[in-house]
Design a protein around this ligand. Structure first.
Ligand code: GLA
Length: 382
């Protein structure tokens, strides 16, 4: 961490010699224990921020220019606050531009800004580096400009930037977790009214392991938006929001639905119930039950929601045969990215070795496997 900060500060000074001493903020990535593909249907999710984050160094400018440098892409981007527009070439810049755009749309007055940033969240790994960048940017802008914006407004604004500037119709889970997580807890977030409860993340001797399929998520955007449309259709046919349909009711009404609508609605309705049950299992420290629910979620995402892929299925299958594993599933939007596995701490190495050995042979791709630590939301480093 100290080393990353030193590199970032050095680069900042080099790029903006008259930029003074910058503010340093961190926007973390997130995991989600359970509650997948339900946030945009007003469902329940159980995410937390993790200790992989984007660090942003930023200082005010006297003019209205925005100068941004990404250390990871080794690219710079320049524009001004009255000329913010989508950039097709340097897509990463849109996450920051989108935040500035919607802050101004709210009537807030912004100073020009110098920014340099770098991250250690695996790109395309399903840990939401995009939300981390939006939340980090908004957090820095709030501090640098001194305006009042509640945390909840910040979260909503970042989601709006992603929906309406970047053009990805994501739900609110990622931005919420990146901004509002409290270290040592999971957020049981109700995405309908945005009420949340902190669930102590006491995993009693169990580690959370992430394994990256390294599969490019080319389908993620288009299929994601299609799922949203399919859910809207299913809700229309059922005559009410899926959030208000219990699994019992669904079983009685499912004859009204065509096959695709039935499968999509089934995932969402049962996943919301699984998330409730998982939170209870965690509180009771019933780890086998939590693990069972994770496997069920994977099956549902694979067969009913159809957002898994060969690589994710292979990864889950390998984990399921490894000693001490209590549950495993694909995590995030799907079509690639990481799996999340709960494994007894004493069996972590065995799991890592097994995946490193078997996955490349079976999937024809490299992988990275690491133990993930939960963390708090966005913060000022100094
Ligand atoms: C992506 C989106 C989230 C959520 C997940 C699936 O990460 O950004 O809003 O929908 O997929 O649970």
């Amino acid at each position: 961490m100290q080393e990353r900060i030193a590199i970032l500060k050095k680069k900042f000074k080099e790029l903006y010699p008259e930029g003074g001493s910058p503010l340093l903020v961190a926007g973390p990535g997130r995991i989600n224990i359970i509650g997948e593909h339900v946030d945009y249907a007003g469902g329940l999710v159980l995410p937390s921020a993790v200790d992989r984050e984007i660090l942003l160094a930023a200082s005010n400018r006297k003019d209205n220019k925005i100068k941004i440098f990404s250390l990871d892409y080794n690219e710079s981007f320049e524009s001004s606050l009255d000329r913010l527009k989508f950039c097709g070439k340097k897509r990463w810049a849109n996450y920051l531009q989108g935040v500035f755009y919607f802050l101004q749309e709210k009537g807030l007055k912004l100073n020009g800004v110098n920014i340099a940033f770098s991250g250690n969240i695996p790109q395309g790994g399903g840990l939401s580096s995009s939300a981390a960048l939006e939340v980090g940017t908004c957090y820095a802008a709030r501090l640098l400009n001194g305006f009042i914006l509640s945390d909840l407004e910040l979260v909503k604004l970042c989601q709006k930037a992603e929906n309406n500037f970047v053009g990805v119709m994501c739900g609110i889970m990622d931005q919420f977790a990146s901004a509002l997580s409290k270290k040592g807890n999971l957020l049981l977030l109700d995405c309908r009214d945005l009420e949340y409860q902190l669930i102590p993340a006491d995993f009693s001797g169990i580690a959370i392991v992430l394994a990256d399929t390294k599969k490019e998520r080319t389908l993620a955007g288009s299929e994601y938006n299609l799922r949203r449309e399919q859910l809207a259709k299913a809700a229309g046919l059922l005559g009410k929001p899926l959030r208000d349909v219990s699994s019992k009711e669904f079983e009685a009404l499912k004859g009204k639905l065509d096959e695709v609508s039935r499968k999509r609605a089934k995932h969402v309705i049962y996943e919301i119930e699984r998330t409730k049950n998982a939170a209870e299992a965690l509180i009771k420290k019933d780890m086998p039950e939590l693990g069972r629910l994770l496997y069920e979620t994977h099956e549902s995402l694979r067969t009913d929601y159809e957002v898994s892929c060969r690589e994710l299925d292979i990864m889950v299958e390998i984990a399921s045969r490894s000693k001490g594993v209590i549950g495993s599933r694909m995590m995030g939007g799907g079509f690639g990215g990481c799996t999340l596995t709960l494994v007894r701490k004493e069996n972590v190495e065995e799991l890592q070795e097994k995946i490193m050995k078997e996955y490349p042979k079976r999937a024809g791709k490299k992988t990275e496997v690491w133990v993930c630590n939960l963390a708090g939301g966005a913060r000022t480093v100094y």
